[in-house]
Design a protein around this ligand. Structure first.
Ligand code: HEM
Length: 452
């Protein structure tokens, strides 16, 4: 079965272009071959043909297709060393659905309101430490906020500072091995322990410490009454599957780590992008701040949606075909990979006029079409943290913009750069904090919510 056409370049060159110039590579492929095209990637031992889909109708076909034909977990297999074999990300079929159904209720949109004060406090605590009148990178600041929020709301470390500090240090040590291309390569391909001296050995030691600390937290919560508690771990301890069975400690551990890894950097990066776009688009920033001051949610919601449209942190999602599958009139064989392309679908001029422009007003009165706005993927693999992330982005934006005056430290928007599978601002969104914001309420000038 021939695959749709694509670049005739050697697979190694296509892989290099995908890694170093992903946006230009995708755009050039679409210009030449249309909304469905095949690229060839190669790893050290593998070669993969990936069929990109950049058309909402094709995206719908994939997202509503039979999950037993369209596997996602097997594509995430390399993550198993980090997340464990029970992670919802690496599973497929019935095992995946079991984990997903257990995880869904604690992350449901309705519940998010309960996390608002934690999110706001974590943000304001960080803002108070920012230097004045001197440029700094916002991305690491956003990472500190999102990590703190997950430690408190997901892991339930909200009542003991020392234990939370210890967990944070252990996680940061382990996640350090996932950043940086050389370390990542060393871990992926050179699995020798060398008594804990090799990158792989050090990663293994860090992972063992994290695992032990999470299991300790699970035991700690099990020993307490969890009924009155709101954190995700406490809710998962109460969860039962269709047969009435609870989650094992190992399942809980792997899923907590999965929520952290899937949720912490993605949300932080999206926030850094939101500020980069706002601080370089004065009209959008002014409209947003005025709406926040008026106590509304409309513009902050639209800003989050538009940020995720124009700067999706994950450019594609992938499904590995277990049997032949037809999409947009193309018959694809088992073994091929189909990839709804988030980046290109979001750049369609027929859906989003002037797609290259940051215009939150697109979403002020219009709902997002799930097959043309897909920053969280879709179907039975749609991001479990979509409500959590969108809510957190709204709270962080609102808290910061009503407290301090931020300015861009650069004259133009950031370049998009790749970090592992995500697309990040190359210099981490450099900003300057010009001090607290003073707001006019009625006739009396009033300082913003906290003193900074
Ligand atoms: C702006 C922030 C985020 C973005 C852009 C994002 C994006 C994504 C994407 C594209 C997928 C794959 C979907 C697919 O294959 O169709 C995914 C999966 C997932 N995400 Fe997120 N995510 C974000 C935040 C979060 C947060 C905060 C959490 C947890 C609290 C989370 C948990 C997960 C999980 C557990 C999955 C696997 C779902 C499954 O395989 O069934 N994500 N996310």
């Amino acid at each position: 079965m021939p695959l749709p056409p694509g670049p005739p370049l050697p697979a190694t060159l296509q892989t290099l272009l995908w890694v170093t110039r992903p946006l230009q590579f995708m755009e050039e492929c679409r210009r030449r071959y249309g909304d469905v095209f095949t690229v060839r990637f190669t790893g050290l031992a593998t070669r993969r043909d990936i069929v990109f889909i950049a058309d909402p109708e094709g995206v719908r076909t994939v997202f509503s297709g039979d999950p037993s034909t369209l596997h996602a977990g097997s594509g995430n297999a390399p993550l198993e060393v980090l997340l464990g074999r029970n992670s919802v990300l690496v599973l497929d079929g019935a095992e995946h659905m079991r984990q997903r159904k257990l995880l869904l209720p604690p992350l449901h949109g309705e519940r998010m309101k309960r996390y608002e004060s934690v999110m706001r406090d974590a943000t304001l605590a960080q803002v108070q430490r920012w230097p004045r009148h001197r440029s700094f990178a916002l991305l690491p600041e956003m990472q500190r906020i999102t990590l703190e929020v997950i430690l408190r709301t997901v892991f339930g470390f909200d009542d003991d500072d020392a234990r939370r500090d210890r967990m944070r240090n252990l996680l940061q040590r382990m996640l350090h091995y996932g950043s940086g291309r050389l370390r990542l390569l060393a871990i992926a391909f050179a699995r020798v322990e060398l008594n804990g001296r090799s990158p792989w050995g050090q990663f293994q030691a860090a992972k063992r410490d994290v695992d032990a600390a999470i299991l300790e937290q699970i035991a700690h919560r099990r020993a307490q009454q969890t009924e009155q508690r709101d954190d995700v771990l406490s809710l998962l301890l109460e969860a039962r599957d269709e047969n009435g069975a609870p989650m094992s400690d190992e399942e809980l551990r792997d899923e907590l780590l999965t929520l952290l890894v899937a949720g912490h950097e993605t949300t932080a990066t999206s926030l850094a992008w939101a500020f980069d776009l706002l601080l370089h688009n004065r009209t959008s920033l002014d409209a947003l701040v005025a709406d926040i001051d008026a106590g509304n949610d409309t513009w902050v919601d639209a800003t989050v949606k538009e940020t995720l449209r124009i700067r999706p942190v994950v450019p594609i999602v992938v499904r590995l075909l277990q049997r032949p599958f037809t999409v947009m009139g193309r018959d694809l064989p088992a073994g091929a990979v189909v990839a709804p392309c988030i980046y290109l679908t979001h750049r369609r001029a027929d859906v989003y006029p002037r797609p290259e422009r940051f215009m939150p007003e697109r979403f002020v009165n219009g709902a997002a079409d799930p097959y043309a706005w897909l920053p969280f993927g879709g179907g039975v693999r749609r991001c479990l943290g979509a409500s959590f992330a969108s809510f957190e982005m709204r709270v962080v934006l609102r808290s910061i913009l009503s407290t301090v005056r931020l300015q861009a430290a650069t004259s133009s928007e950031e370049e998009v750069s790749r970090r592992a599978v995500t697309l990040v601002p190359r210099h981490g969104t450099r900003v300057i904090c010009a001090g607290p914001r003073w707001r006019r309420s009625a006739s009396v000038p009033e300082p913003a919510a906290v003193a900074v």
